[in-house]
Design a protein around this ligand. Structure first.
Ligand SMILES: Nc1ncnc2c1ncn2[C@@H]1O[C@H](COP(=O)(O)OP(=O)(O)OP(=O)(O)O)[C@@H](O)[C@H]1O
Length: 236
């Protein structure tokens, strides 16, 4: 039986300046190595949920456990280390370092985490091969890999961000609308890579998207408005 990689228990969270909580979740468990598609209308709290899972936001109440440990007990620097060691993130805005090459952006987690570096390859040459392999699998090769990240199209940047999230086989991969700038063919190839790489590495994947066509490819579909007990906010 697989154990929970992620567990939320009686979690409540709101943003400063907001009169009400955005999230109120009694319990949510994701087993190691499984994939979850998180859906719900704009503003229902999907990105907020990812921020809690990543330890970027601290829950106002309750526990958010990763690998059996609550984020709440950790210092800011311990949170940063833990995130670098165990989590790959594809943000909505990609967060690539614009002045670094595509290849160096993908290798960045290996610079931030000795664990990720060790898993990616025993030495710099092997790590570079692992990064190039991931880039190749997202369709980025040749001159593109040495180009500055800010000289790429939005869709290309999205694919670099995915390769960066996957390098060094993190236990948890969080993806927030990672296919929004991709056409249908690229989207399907991207999903094949993401799901294939997570399956190979045994990573748990939490994937937020408005694209309902992708849902059948996941082990679990989390309908956030159903799970969330906080009153839903009106979205204009
Ligand atoms: N940094 C922030 N500061 C204050 N409020 C925020 C912040 N981020 C999100 N919120 C508020 O929290 C609520 C949930 O936002 P969130 O981004 O989690 O929703 P979402 O479901 O991911 O939306 P979308 O599908 O549009 O990306 C919204 O009311 C939003 O205005």
């Amino acid at each position: 039986m697989s154990s929970a990689l992620v567990r939320l228990t009686e979690v409540r969270h709101g943003w400063p300046g907001q009169p009400r909580d955005v999230l109120d979740i009694a319990t949510l468990e994701l087993p190691a190595g499984q994939t979850a598609f998180v859906r719900g209308p704009s503003g229902c709290g999907k990105s907020t949920l990812l921020a809690l899972l990543a330890g970027v936001q601290r829950a106002r109440a309750g526990r958010v456990d990763l690998l059996g440990q609550d984020w709440a007990g950790l210092s800011a620097s311990a949170c940063d280390r833990r995130r670098a060691d165990h989590i790959g993130i594809v943000f909505q805005q990609f967060n690539l370092l614009p002045y670094l090459s595509v290849l160096d952006n993908v290798l960045l987690p290996c610079r931030l985490s000795a664990l990720r570096a060790q898993r990616a390859g025993a030495d710099a040459a092997r790590r570079e091969r692992a990064a190039l392999d991931l880039l190749d699998r997202v369709g980025l090769r040749g001159d593109l890999v040495t180009r500055r990240a800010d000289r790429l199209s939005v869709g290309q940047q999205q694919r670099v961000a995915a390769a960066r999230a996957l390098i060094g086989a993190p236990e948890l991969v969080l993806a927030d609308e990672p296919t929004s700038a991709l056409d249908e063919a690229r989207r399907d190839a991207f999903m094949d890579l993401l799901l294939g790489a997570c399956a190979e590495a045994g990573s748990t994947l939490v994937f937020v998207s408005h694209d309902a066509r992708l849902a059948p490819r996941f082990d679990h579909v989390i309908d956030l408005p159903t799970l969330n007990r906080a009153p839903q906010q009106e979205v204009a």
